[in-house]
Design a protein around this ligand. Sequence first.
Ligand SMILES: C[S@@+](CC[C@H](N)C(=O)[O-])C[C@H]1O[C@@H](n2cnc3c(N)ncnc32)[C@H](O)[C@@H]1O
Length: 322
Amino acid sequence: MANRSHRNRGHIGMNALRKAGRSHQSLHAIAPRTLETSVHTVFSADCLEILRALPDASIQLIVCDPPYNIQMADWDAHADYLGWAADWLTEARRVLSDTGNLVIFGGLQFQGEAGSGDLLSLVSEVRRRRLLNLVNLIIWAYPNGMSAHRFFANRHEEIFWFAKTDKYYFDLDSVREPFDEKTRKAYLKDKRLRAESVEKGRNPTNVWRIPRLNGNAKERVGHPTQKPIAVIERLVASLSYEGSVVLDFFAGSAVTSRVAAALARHSISTDRDPSVVEYFARHMANWPDADRSRRAPFRMLEKAEFRNHPAFSENAGRAAAE
Ligand SMILES: C[S@@+](CC[C@H](N)C(=O)[O-])C[C@H]1O[C@@H](n2cnc3c(N)ncnc32)[C@H](O)[C@@H]1O
């Protein structure tokens, strides 16, 4: 049977562009630039308070790992979960630039457990309101997790990647995986493959095999649902560019700012729980010396200086189009 993806409109369009020697607009809208110092702020705030304070189109990437009303903690309970989520999703759309991306973390295994909130209902809300376009569903698969006896033990979590427009930014080259030496040599001999593409490495695909953080993982800073640096790094590297602004308004441990600082993006990480500041300080303390010496310089802003953040500068979110 013919591969159905050959009849997919997106694939046909990409093939036509390739044959014409052109590339998709998501690949050439961004002028690369080098940032001298990135700016970060980490403080306690309600998600809507922070979103409403931000200018239109000022943010390149939103990393969103929301509470799902599954009573994992006292922050995880909402009487009208979807009504509340619709408010922050609408604001999230407003603050995204035209090249902007939003990723939402979640699992499908909790559906229906506590009534009003789960990843599927959030995604349906985004589609029903036509807020954002779905680009990819990433399956984050991990080898470690809880055991189960009444169903198959869960070993994956979902990351929905949405874009505001079809001009979304995506840097695949920044996250390609190198081929092992044997495969590389074999592919370089294969006349059907372009040597340049082989050297760049493979597309990591939308199935990411990255372990979850164990209780005793070195990078743990104390937040109960802290995400691994490796997962956040892949998102920040590919969906934002140097000097753009990354926002995480359910920041938890503020791992997003830890990663943004390493990759020379500006960042804003806020959470209703004031412990976010202490968690971030532990991330900084955990940062290995060898990595620190490579990091681009960055500086922190206090909550009182929030309006001095690059997100408020006139060209925030617009550098991409220049
Ligand atoms: C799933 S955790 C995020 C974990 C984070 N991604 C990490 O890797 O550390 C969700 C966070 O949302 C925060 N939260 C819940 N309701 C909030 C609200 N209304 N405004 C801001 N933060 C909120 C909680 O305090 C919690 O830390």
